[in-house]
Design a protein around this ligand. Structure first.
Ligand SMILES: Nc1ncnc2c1ncn2[C@@H]1O[C@H](COP(=O)(O)OP(=O)(O)O)[C@@H](O)[C@H]1O
Ligand SMILES: [Mg+2]
Length: 234
């Protein structure tokens, strides 16, 4: 297994000076390809800050971040957005779908920005929606779908171009227990197919379904362990 994510001695300080907040405090973490990791911690512990770093949405104050052996920590905004597009599929708590576009158009939209031609992007988007069980809902708008279905559209959007890393921030935070199970099932399947899945959550039941747990507290890694339990029972 090769290291996909290599974070070394990473610090993130907001508002340097008198009111500074040390949101990440000398974090070291390595995540290999095809791991299924939950990052957990209480509110304010630094989860979203770490997600922003791992997702190349922001750069650290100090330390380094290698993603696929590329040093992300010193990249310009343009290079960050390139690497983000290539490497990472984001899934957010609030789905972040565009309300007046259909499911298919929502999945296609980032592919348009990436310059993927019409025929290819339609094919990629249809395949991704089929992959999450929405082949019959492609022309529905978000308001015509349940929360679980909307999150499945968001997953389809995240995986359409097969990014190596799936990064999900509280992906089931707005969902009922039935939809939560459905979404976790899809994430587990993606992991089984070889993707690297990183879920950020404050929910211990969600975290318990991952292979490995990284617990963060006050910007520091408090625990990092592989779970004993079989995650694919049934
Ligand atoms: N943009 C920001 N400016 C200043 N402080 C911030 C900013 N973002 C987060 N923080 C602070 O950094 C700490 C970690 O926040 P965050 O990463 O959002 O934690 P979590 O996602 O675990 O709730 C908190 O003390 C928070 O108030
Ligand atoms: Mg947060």
């Amino acid at each position: 297994m090769s290291a996909l994510v290599e974070v070394k001695d990473m610090c993130k300080v907001y508002n340097p000076g008198e009111n500074e907040v040390r949101a990440l405090d000398h974090v070291n973490v390595t995540i290999n390809e095809n791991e299924f990791v939950a990052i957990i911690g209480h509110s304010g512990s630094g989860k979203s800050t770490l997600m922003n770093m791992l997702g190349c949405l922001d750069v650290p104050t100090s330390g380094t971040y290698l993603l696929h052996d590329q040093d992300v920590s010193r990249m310009s905004d343009d290079d960050l957005s390139d690497i983000r597009n290539r490497e990472i599929g984001f899934i957010f708590q609030g789905f972040n779908l565009i309300q007046n576009l259909t499911a298919l158009e929502n999945v296609e939209l980032p592919l348009i920005y990436r310059g993927v031609g019409k025929r290819e992007r339609t094919e990629l988007s249809r395949n991704a929606l089929t992959r999450v069980g929405l082949e019959k809902r492609m022309s529905h708008k978000p308001s015509e779908m349940s929360g679980g279905q909307q999150q499945r559209v968001a997953i389809a959007r995240a995986i359409a171009q097969a990014p190596p890393v799936i990064l999900a921030d509280e992906p089931t935070g707005n969902l009922d227990s039935g939809s939560t199970k459905e979404i976790m099932g899809i994430l587990k399947d993606l992991h089984k197919e070889g993707r690297t899945v990183i879920i950020i959550t404050h929910d211990n039941d969600i975290a318990a379904q991952a292979e490995r747990i990284i617990r963060i507290k006050d910007g520091q890694i408090e625990a990092d362990y592989v779970q004993e339990t079989e995650i694919y029972e049934e």
